[in-house]
Design a protein around this ligand. Sequence first.
Ligand SMILES: [Cu+2]
Length: 501
Amino acid sequence: MKNTPLPARLSAAFLLSILLSAAAVFAAEGTVLAPKGGAPLAADLPVETAVLTEAPQVPPAITRRHAAKVIVNLEVREVVKRLADGVEYTFWTFGGNVPGSFIRVREGDFVEFRLNNHPTSKMPHNIDLHAVTGPGGGAASSFTAPGHSSKFSFTALNAGLYVYHCATAPVPMHIANGMYGLILVEPKDGLPRVDREYYVMQGEIYTSGRNGEPGLQTFDPTKAEDERAPYIVFNGAVGSLVGDKALQAKVGETVRIHFGVGGPNVTSSFHIIGEIFDRVYLEGGSVAQHNVQTTMVPSGGSTMVEFKVDVPGTYILVDHSLSRAFNKGALGMLKVTGPENRLIYSGKEVDEVYLGQASDAGFAASKREAELVAAKEKAIASNPQIATITKDIQIERGKKVFLTSCFACHTATGEGLPAVFPPLAKSDFLKADKDRAIKIVLKGLSGPIIVNGKPFNNVMPPQEYTDEQVADVLTYVMNSWGNDFGSVSPTEVKRVRGENK
Ligand SMILES: [Cu+2]
């Protein structure tokens, strides 16, 4: 307030005093902390430690019908985990997984929250729980450096299903890296009884590579700003809820799914293919809407859906913005076992074809495909005819690369320019050393050289191409204008690139 003029400061103080007296009235009317006439003091409450669960599991329903002091111990860890087959990502987590551990308390509980940031973390983190009434939802009070632990407390005043997330700058990055989860504040009288409860959260991941690009991916801030996520997934990874990791239920049971969207940016049109939600607690609040097909869940929002499963089969959880489900990963499964009921459903299932890649059949197919590709590669290696075709393809691709840069100096006919740009056509220098040629394209070349008996002393800048493109362009050059110098494979380029790091 240093630079605020005096009248403004006075009025701010005045406002504050009104707020304080309002709080005093509120307290006098009997909040959990009011000493007399209301609920007991926090110090008098029975103490328990919250059971935290990893998605898709949910802690057991709360059976007590009185307030308690609940201790929550949440650990932040930065961990490398699978994002998709062959793709890894450094996730920042609340509890070691994405989404963060599920927290369950009861309306009126006094929650003592401890945030522990593991010593191996590289970043400070904090937590903003939407269930908290108070500035930042706990963010400022919970800012924690690596190897430190913070404590703050709050009373869970409102029942509902709430998102929590990290609120450390840059916030979208912390969330996109996996820092979100759900806290359920059960109403005083509890939620209706169900047979099974599950925990599912949707979030986007902005990888530097395209969807499916293998290896350890890094966060791409530009894609995040533009909201162009290569991955939109349930529970932190493609396929986290399919195959033997699918949710389970038996015919006749009632299922409740606690569904949230961590975002940071993309909302969800949550739908289960083949089911109708009997009840939807819109936006995670206390009013249930009935008979819903698809429910909108905002970023940083939630919903509770309940439904009875009547017939066996595989039900598919999706974001009904379907490219996200079928191309980016927002797809899960609920497998229901039990007797058929032909009256409700005739029983002819077409799931497997409809679901393509992500269904069980699709998974089996991907595996088989990988085997066949490997077998094909082996066959190619030992079949000269196919090897020739492969080389011809490389030459055509390489020509396109050549015409984007090399030709500007070495000319389209490969003759170059006397005393300035050396020839590639019939170049004895090129023919003599394949690894050197690869290195020249990757790293550039300068200083005096002799090509076909003529001296050159100029500079060639490094050429920014992938291993494949370098292999293709050199194969083109080595097989054009009368050259017959063999070919270059991406593996060779990769090796030379590694040797010249
Ligand atoms: Cu964080």
